[in-house]
Design a protein. Structure first.
Length: 96
């Protein structure tokens, strides 16, 4: 039952972030680079699914995979505290 609850949380969060990513990427990197940067972000989903399956097959289940994902989540939260909003001058230059 825990596995299904975890999958439901992942699916719920994926649906929430998929609508926010385009505006965040265009705000931080500009409209000129939107397609390239958006592709790089979604490349992470593909790499994550491959790595998750490999970790699960190496350790015989998804328990270790969840611990690895949890550790990466904590690392991501720590890194996200260092992100600053783009300056208005940089935003104007990026949208030109």
């Amino acid at each position: 039952m825990t596995f299904f609850a975890a999958i439901a949380c992942v699916a719920f969060n994926f649906g929430g972030t998929i609508t926010v990513f385009p505006s965040l990427v265009s705000e931080f990197f500009g409209l000129n680079n939107l397609a390239k940067n958006y592709g790089v972000i979604y490349l992470g989903f593909g790499i994550g699914s491959i790595c998750g399956s490999i970790i699960a097959s190496l350790f015989g289940g998804f328990y270790v995979t969840f611990y690895v994902i949890f550790a990466l989540l904590i690392l991501s939260l720590a890194l996200s505290t260092t992100i600053r909003q783009p300056e208005q001058k940089m935003l104007r230059e990026a949208h030109i």
